[in-house]
Design a protein around this ligand. Structure first.
Ligand SMILES: Nc1ncnc2c1ncn2[C@@H]1O[C@H](COP(=O)(O)OP(=O)(O)O)[C@@H](O)[C@H]1O
Ligand SMILES: [Mg+2]
Length: 281
């Protein structure tokens, strides 16, 4: 029997901090390093991975969820052998509040995961009922944030909720749009300082991503930056992040997913933190 992939959600709380860029370019960089990767566009209402890759899906997750087709029918081929599950943009009904919807979606996805090394989930902004099921379903979480007080507090809020309500202790973080390695370390320190003060969590920096004008140029051509500008600083940064991820041991699986969801429901609202900063309570 083939093994299941490592499932990783890319989150961060705030919109516009680079979650989709990280999900896309990290997935391609993993694929470049001979890993078999499936990328799910889980920004169900405002999906855009298909656009960023110049793919033109005729069917997407909304067709799977209304039983028009099977999930295997919607897999699109991306660069470097990456497989993509496209969502649908502007279909509000896709953004369900019903936990059963997400259970159904993940059950459908589970059926095609054999043989993949990584299953990467690009989540929507916020920490809403349409994001949490994906985070709960993941072995690992990568929190993307930028040097902006609201982004840092939103990243902290995601970590806090997943820690206090879903018993998560380990988080990967990626500072995005930084100017230098020093900037990246300083930004990482800002988040760890607040997290270590108030929560019992371990934050691991997977690497940092520079602000790079090549991202915009690649997006205009509907290509990923790592594919279009492989010699750019940002492509190098994503290669390093992928290498670091490959070198990691993944032991979040000690918490079973069902258990985690159940724990989330039973401990909802219970305080696990040392104390909480008022700003996001
Ligand atoms: N490292 C970066 N350098 C330059 N532009 C970036 C970088 N990361 C993201 N962007 C740009 O910022 C905007 C938001 O990025 P996106 O990945 O869509 O964010 P999110 O998924 O968090 O909403 C996009 O226009 C994207 O091209
Ligand atoms: Mg996005």
């Amino acid at each position: 029997m083939k093994s299941k992939p490592i499932t990783i959600s890319i989150t961060g709380g705030k919109g516009g901090v680079g979650k989709t860029q990280v999900a896309l370019n990290l997935s391609i960089s993993l694929a470049e390093q001979h890993k078999k990767v499936l990328l799910l566009d889980a920004d169900l209402g405002l999906s855009n991975i298909d656009i960023l890759l110049g793919l033109k899906p005729t069917m997407n997750l909304s067709h799977v969820m209304n039983n028009t087709c099977q999930i295997s029918d919607i897999i699109m081929k991306g660069p470097m052998g990456l497989d993509v599950l496209p969502a649908s943009s502007g279909v509000l009904s896709m953004v369900s509040q019903d936990l059963r919807f997400y259970a159904g979606l993940m059950a459908a996805v589970e059926g095609i995961l054999d043989g993949y090394d990584y299953f990467i989930i690009d989540t929507a902004a916020g920490i809403s009922p349409s994001v949490i099921p994906f985070l709960c379903h993941s072995d690992e979480l990568i929190v993307v944030f930028i040097d902006d007080p609201t982004s840092i507090m939103d990243a902290y809020a995601v970590i806090k909720i997943m820690n206090q309500q879903y018993a998560r202790k380990k988080f990967y973080v990626i500072p995005n749009c930084v100017k230098s390695m020093q900037d990246g370390s300083d930004l990482f320190a800002k988040l760890t300082n607040v997290a270590n003060r108030f929560l019992h969590v371990s934050l691991n920096e997977l690497g940092w991503v520079p602000e790079d004008a090549h991202v915009r140029k690649a997006a205009q051509k509907q290509k990923s930056v790592v594919e279009m500008f492989p010699g750019s600083k940002i492509a190098e940064a994503f290669r390093l992040i992928a290498k670091k991820l490959i070198s990691q041991r993944h032991d979040n699986r000690q918490i079973s997913r069902e258990l985690e969801l159940r724990v989330g429901r039973t401990v909802h609202g219970k305080q696990h933190a040392k104390e909480s900063p008022n700003a996001i309570d």
